[in-house]
Design a protein around this ligand. Structure first.
Ligand code: FAD
Length: 468
């Protein structure tokens, strides 16, 4: 077994001949900044961080780590809730310098490197009035998010991020560089759309683009005692609403010091439940679509205003700061039954930390229009997703926040399906991963793993284990 000592002793100097990016070892300038992750619960100390500038660097770093027999972590945007994008005493193949984005407005496609963030892609594509579905926080990486599926404001109308993937450049475990698309290595392309980082290192993604202009955004907040009624109302709206209307229910705490001075002082710092909606189309037409939301309940606060899509995509950024401690659970429900509503409405307003939230959304619309087995992504049948996101700054509050999240998840469990969105959970073990995909899909993923990564080189992820 080669130890990290060999890296420290200078083997890395050999790699330097064939590497153009930064090679950072413990104690060297920038090491602590380079090993930091969005989720501060994970404080790992890699033996080497290889900050790549392109596919050739990725190949070189992978070859080095394999030869040295060191464990490998892949870092895209660094937002893995499970802490998978770093590793103690191993090699981090870090794509954070690879953030190039190129838009082809005629073909309506964008190609982005594996270290790009959603803010990078949105900014460049909006130059042409175009967009592709991404996440709702602009500092999240495109890589991990797309490979797990990718759910955001545009998804009900335009599908998941992975549904809009046209092709990907992939460095496989044996060092080859492959293009994966519907026509080239289609089996690999199937697995990249929902199977996570199990099959190789994606150095660039090509996505389909769609016209997206200014959007109408609305937020209606209610006292928490209206929570059950609000979820019941949303259930009906999920059935009737047009695909251009994206919306979700949220249990949250109004910030004491909001980034924009829009809230009345009497609700600052208060627990609330809310309906957040965005009309992806002409803002004037959107006023009609959000009218049923405005007519519901007795809001303590409501606002509806048009804004650029890039602004919508950044309004949650400050609630999800780098360096916060995160513990997430997620559940998938076929029905939003009155029992499930009761569990969410009673516990949603009791989160110990102000930055924690419970989100209730739906995986329907364009997501459900894709065939059940057309991609590796397992949640195509219009169920409800309940997202339990605990986030707090102080390590001393770990136990309280983790206990709260676990209690909510276990109270909800009798009403949930086994399947779950792997990007929204921590490291919950291999049985959970198997169940997340369901038996038939998991079997196909294992066959793919056998074909592309039989030695399980890429195992720091929601891991699909090879059969031998
Ligand atoms: P990283 O931590 O860099 O990577 C996560 C894992 O992905 C790695 O361990 C590796 O297994 C794999 N990986 C990363 N890059 C590559 C690559 N280039 N090639 C192969 N494998 C790779 N999800 C949604 O669907 N919608 C959202 O709106 C959303 N919002 C979020 C907001 C926040 C604040 C956070 C923390 C998470 C959010 N997520 C969302 C979940 C998100 O999809 C996952 O956390 C995802 O893994 C983040 O990708 P990343 O590249 O930033 O992560």
């Amino acid at each position: 077994m080669v130890t990290k000592q060999i890296v420290e002793d200078g083997a890395v100097e050999g790699l330097r001949f064939n590497f153009r990016g930064d090679l950072i070892r413990p104690g060297e300038p920038g090491y602590d900044e380079a090993r930091a992750r969005h989720n501060a619960m994970f404080d790992k100390r890699p033996a080497l961080i290889a900050r790549c500038t392109g596919t050739a660097d990725v190949q070189a770093a992978l070859g080095f780590a394999l030869q040295a027999g060191l464990p490998i972590a892949i870092r895209g945007g660094g937002h893995s809730v499970a802490g998978f994008s770093s590793v103690d005493d191993g090699v981090v193949i870090d794509l954070s310098r690879m953030r190039g984005v190129h838009v082809d407005p005629d073909a309506k496609t964008v190609r982005a490197q594996g270290g790009a963030l959603w803010g990078d892609v949105d900014r460049e594509t909006q130059v042409y009035g175009l967009a592709t579905p991404g996440g709702v926080v602009s500092h999240t990486g495109i890589s991990g998010l797309t490979l797990g599926g990718g759910f955001g404001i545009l998804s009900f109308k335009l599908g998941l991020s992975c549904d809009n993937l046209v092709s990907a450049d992939v460095v496989t475990a044996d060092g080859r560089v492959l293009v994966a698309s519907e026509t080239e290595h289609p089996d690999l392309f199937w697995g990249l759309r929902g199977g996570g980082g199990n099959f190789g290192i994606v150095t660039s993604f090509e996505y389909r683009l769609h016209p997206v202009g200014d959007v109408l955004v609305s937020m209606s907040m209610y006292s928490p005692d209206q929570g059950a009624e609000m979820l019941d109302f949303l259930k009906g709206l999920y059935v009737d609403a047009p695909a251009d209307l994206a919306f979700m229910g949220i249990f949250l705490t109004v910030p004491e010091q909001p980034p924009m001075p829009i809230f009345p002082p009497e609700i600052l710092g208060k627990k609330m439940c809310a309906i957040f909606a965005a009309w992806i189309g002409d803002p004037d037409e959107g006023q009609k679509a959000i009218a049923p939301i405005k007519a519901f309940g007795k809001p303590s606060f409501e606002i509806a205003l048009p804004m650029p899509y890039t602004m919508l995509q950044t309004i949650q950024d400050e609630n999800e700061p780098w360096g916060s401690r995160n513990y997430w659970k997620s559940a998938y429900l076929k029905e939003l039954s009155s029992e499930a509503i009761g569990v969410i409405a009673s516990r949603g307003p009791t989160a110990p930390a102000p930055n924690s939230s419970v989100l209730i959304g739906r995986f329907g619309g364009a997501i459900a229009a894709v065939g059940e087995m057309d991609t590796a992504f397992p949640l195509r049948d219009s169920g409800y997703v309940v997202q339990m996101d605990s986030s707090w700054p102080d390590p001393e509050a770990d136990d309280e926040n983790i206990a709260w999240t676990r209690e909510l998840a276990s109270a909800l469990e009798p009403h949930t399906l086994d399947r779950v969105y792997v990007n929204f959970i921590g490291d919950e073990g291999s049985e959970r991963v198997e169940k997340a995909y369901g038996a038939e899909r998991y079997k196909r993923l294992v066959a793919l793993k056998d074909a592309y990564d039989p030695a399980n080189v890429f195992n720091l992820n929601q891991n699909i284990k090879p059969s031998r």
